[in-house]
Design a protein around this ligand. Sequence first.
Ligand code: ADP
Ligand code: MG
Length: 267
Amino acid sequence: MPNSVQDMMPVSQPQIEIKEVHKAYGDLHVLKGINLEVMPSTVTVILGPSGSGKSTLLRMVNQLETITGGEIDVDGEMIGYKWVQKNSQKVMQTLSDKEIAKQRSHIGMVFQKFNLFPHMTVLENVMEAPIHVAGMKKAQAKKEALAYLDMVGLADHVNHYPSQLSGGQQQRVAIARAIAMHPDIMLFDEPTSALDPELVGEVLGVMRKLADDGMTMMVVTHEIGFAREVADQVVFMDGGVVVESGAADIIDHPQTERFQDFLKAVL
Ligand code: ADP
Ligand code: MG
């Protein structure tokens, strides 16, 4: 007899598995064997100084960069490549653009720069990809977009243009736009770094809500408070390697001098 609810739950598999991943740009070896697992419905915060390879790692998960070595699995499936049988031998083959697009469709990404379409209203920005990429009917796309914009606190701004919004509002539109594609993973690359300090909280609030709703998230940020309160896992990278990782309380007990120095600089 199982003696707790936990014993009855199926053992869950990582949703993202990064295995001994390397990345080189020519001679520049940027990622030097990254291993990382992200469990479903958890938040992983990645910390690290500029140039440590954080963006490169996120971009590889979303296949905006190719993998030089190692493997990344998302939802149990290797990304970017597949094994095929060729003359009684198994060989690795690059996926077609269509197959890559399908894998990427599970993942939403939000960048430091919001990159909204300036000539479209807030509502049109959020409806664009569901209609033109996912083939959703216009009425359905509108209904959903309005709900997502309400979720990010912008129900009153749906007919505004991006230039009429603050940076924090624009970033919240960018989040709604990503969510509108129904991703099951969200990647955030320094989503609040371009914002005035007083606008950071409203964006972090939306991210926290997403996390509470069970979204699997990887977040590169220097917001230590967010990491402490929301992260299930914190990863400190430096020089293309994971220097320390663990539960959020590693922030309060950094083991290495490199992590200690980094925290001193950002706190
Ligand atoms: P972080 O996000 O932690 O600041 P990045 O992943 O952006 O770090 O960059 C890591 C290193 O890789 C840096 O030295 C950067 O200059 C280099 N780099 C990033 N993108 C490219 C690229 N497309 N071509 C060449 N070098 C790059
Ligand atoms: Mg970066």
